[in-house]
Design a protein around this ligand. Structure first.
Ligand code: GLC
Ligand code: GLC
Length: 676
């Protein structure tokens, strides 16, 4: 036993006040006190449930995480904390006892290697099961395609049983413990996890925790007045409070779901009520001010972890805690809640990590990785949506000043965390560009966002992109963009016009973006179809449940005929597939690309070239350059290659020439250098 070690890594900054006396107490003392009251009994229970050795490990984890578990409970739920502390520990213990042997072995390996998800062997692939291979039981047969690319991390898009009819691409979950019957069964999912683990691949699935479908048993129980679900959701009798909240909440889906509340006649015992629905009216926000909700969700997370999930993509986490007069995003209590879920989950399943889907402004992002005033373990991974947005912005303008500014001033991430870097995903692109960053490089943020919308929807004169506007808001003038990476890069337009030069440029753009995503640091995600430059799909328009949501245009079914051409170097697919695979191969060999450290943005003397340097304590430095202009650019070779001591390890155009201290980067080209 590591007994007595209660300080953990997260001394909490907010002191709780004891029973209204106004005396500030140290949260560590509170946690220790609560634990000493419970410890003997829980040790006995743990030994009975887990056997002596596993119980020892479990109790050691509890010892180490005391403050991370008790602190949030005290902050969120005040004097109910001690009672809840005992309950969450028992939830974790029950889950630990249910944990299959093979997963415990994985846990053990990951406790020995806590940075397992930061290693450069981690490389992601994201797909919808139905669109990739139909059903879960067919997935194991398609793993070769993924292995060929170097995939070691598979994110399967929402696959838990959704409501019938419209379901927001699976983000309206009706049962967390069942798989969508169209995709298979929970046993199939467990078999997939097993098959992935056999190949040393990790499984990521979505955990939709801000809301459930209105058809979920919790929602039905709440509606029916079942006391077990009292307070699981929020309903207001009239518009007074909803109007007051709506005044400061940005709308997610202004076109068909304006505001954040939906009238539900059956609510409030039949009197009717405005139910909190941040997203679509059939997605009801859970009320986490009620600790029963938190406990119920913990039960679902730990249960799913025991099915073999390695990474939970924590969906829409910025929205989980509401506060009047704010955007109702990124509230401090939302972070505290995530920290709690994280700490408890890892008592039961220490090999499991959380990935935050927080598509928020740059200043609000790193907190999801635990970077608060003091570090507090929260999510190990988070989507680097700033990088994604700035890649597309740079591609449209052909210059990187904004990217250098915004990325350069981001707060560093905690060393025990990592980004996931990506070019494209299943959602629209929202232009998270702040006024301050834009102003710093002489741009007007609103005008720039408008330009990007015009550009990627193809309205801007001379644009190569074939995207579409998503959720244009007539009141604010805001909009976001849908479209597949290849179509946004100009490949669709080039193919339609049968323009070889344009196709070449489009292909170079796609690979340029991926070259940054693969070398910026963190786990790169390849979005299904991008490895074959799949274009927009218009098929969704024929399906009434999907037609109104044009995000479906960039969720095409896998084109296996195109995939068959991946070995033909003369085809578009062959070229892109080989190039993407090569990015992964070279990346794996570069220790400097490990997660946990931040890149440093460099000014190499050209505003068209993104240049960044990465270091890892056990390796030499790495420098990447990416030219967003179609014209060749000269950069300062000393900045890039550290006075000639770096070796070029990869590039779009072979070895770059150096002349008179200048290095020429071809138009839309990239190169990677490493200190030997
Ligand atoms: C996330 C998903 C998005 C969904 C929303 C509501 O942001 O990525 O597709 O619409 O959550 O669940
Ligand atoms: C989530 C994302 C947001 C996206 C929306 C709908 O709220 O945070 O960026 O636009 O889902 O796709």
């Amino acid at each position: 036993m590591a007994g007595g070690e209660t300080d953990g890594t997260a001394a909490r900054t907010t002191a709780t006040t004891a029973g209204g006396t106004g005396t500030a107490t140290d949260p560590r003392d509170d946690a220790t006190r609560a634990w000493s009251a419970l410890r003997r009994r829980l040790s006995d229970e743990a030994t009975a449930a887990l056997g002596e050795d596993e119980a020892d490990a479990f109790l050691t984890r509890v010892d180490l995480a005391l403050v991370d578990v008790h602190g949030p409970l005290a902050e969120l739920y005040g004097d109910r904390a001690d009672d809840l502390f005992a309950r969450v520990l028992r939830t974790a213990l029950a889950a630990a006892a249910d944990r299959p042997r093979a997963l415990r072995r994985l846990d053990r390996r990951r406790e020995l290697d806590p940075g397992w998800f930061q290693r450069t062997r981690l490389q992601g692939y994201v797909c919808y099961v139905d669109r990739f291979c139909g059903t879960l039981d067919r997935l194991a047969g398609q793993l070769d395609h993924l292995a060929e690319l170097g995939t070691t991390y598979l994110h399967l898009m929402p696959l838990l049983r959704p409501r019938e009819g419209e379901n927001d691409g699976g983000y309206a979950v009706a049962d967390y413990r069942a798989v969508d019957p169209r995709l298979g069964t929970m046993a199939d999912l467990e078999a997939v996890a097993g098959a992935l683990h056999e190949r040393d691949m990790a499984l990521c699935i979505d955990l939709v925790l801000n809301h459930t479908a209105r058809e979920h048993p919790w929602a039905r129980g709440w509606l029916a007045g079942d006391p077990a679900y009292a307070g699981f959701y929020t309903a207001f009798p009239d518009r007074t409070l909803p109007d007051a909240y709506d005044a400061t909440i940005p709308e997610v889906f202004p076109d068909r779901a304006p505001g954040s509340f939906s009238w539900v006649p059956e609510a409030r015992g039949g009197a009717g009520g405005w139910v909190w629905t941040t997203f679509w009216p059939y997605q009801w926000d859970l009320d986490y001010t009620n600790p029963e909700v938190t406990l119920a969700m913990l039960g679902e997370i730990t249960w799913l972890a025991n099915r073999g999930v390695d990474v939970f993509r924590m969906d829409a986490v910025p929205f989980m805690w509401k506060r009047m007069g704010t955007t109702c995003q990124n509230q401090p209590e939302g972070h505290t809640l995530l920290q709690l879920l994280h700490a408890v989950t890892r008592l039961a399943a220490p090999g499991v990590v959380f990935k935050a889907e927080a598509i928020v402004a740059p200043d609000d992002l790193v907190q999801y990785l635990g970077a608060h005033e003091r570090f507090r373990p929260e999510c190990e991974l988070a989507y680097h949506n700033q990088l994604m947005v700035l890649l597309w912005s740079s591609l449209a303008t052909g210059e990187v000043r904004l990217a250098r500014q915004a990325l350069g001033r981001m707060r560093p991430i905690p060393p025990s965390t990592s980004w996931v870097t990506y070019v494209r995903g299943h959602d629209d692109i929202g232009w998270a560009i702040t006024d301050a960053d834009a102003a710093a490089v002489g741009l007007d943020a609103f005008a720039h966002r408008r330009f990007l919308n015009d550009f990627y929807s193809g309205r801007f004169p001379g644009s190569f992109a074939r995207g579409a506007l998503f959720q244009e808001n007539e009141v604010t003038g805001d909009a976001r963009v849908s479209g597949s990476a290849a179509s946004l890069c100009g490949i669709e337009d080039a193919l339609e016009r049968d323009d070889a030069a344009a196709l070449e440029a489009g292909t170079r753009r796609l690979l340029l973006l991926y070259s940054v995503a693969y070398a910026f640091g963190g786990i790169p995600l390849l979005y299904m179809g991008d490895e074959l430059a799949l274009r927009n799909d218009t098929g969704y328009v024929a399906d009434p449940a999907r037609a109104p949501d044009n995000r479906w245009m960039h969720r095409p079914p896998m084109d296996w005929a195109a995939a068959a051409r991946r070995t033909d170097p003369g085809s578009l697919e062959g070229r892109v597939f080989a190039a993407v695979r090569e990015l992964g191969r070279v990346r794996r060999s570069l220790l400097a690309l490990r997660g946990g450290t931040e890149p440093e943005l460099l000014d190499a003397g050209s505003d068209a070239v993104l240049a960044w340097r990465r270091r890892h304590p056990r390796s030499g430095a790495f420098v990447g350059v990416a030219n967003f202009s179609p014209r060749p650019q000269e950069v300062d070779a000393d900045t890039v290659t550290g006075f000639g001591s770096f070796v070029q390890v990869h590039g779009s155009d072979g070895r770059l020439g150096v002349r008179g201290g200048r290095l020429t980067v071809p138009g839309l080209g990239f190169a990677w250098f490493a200190e030997p």
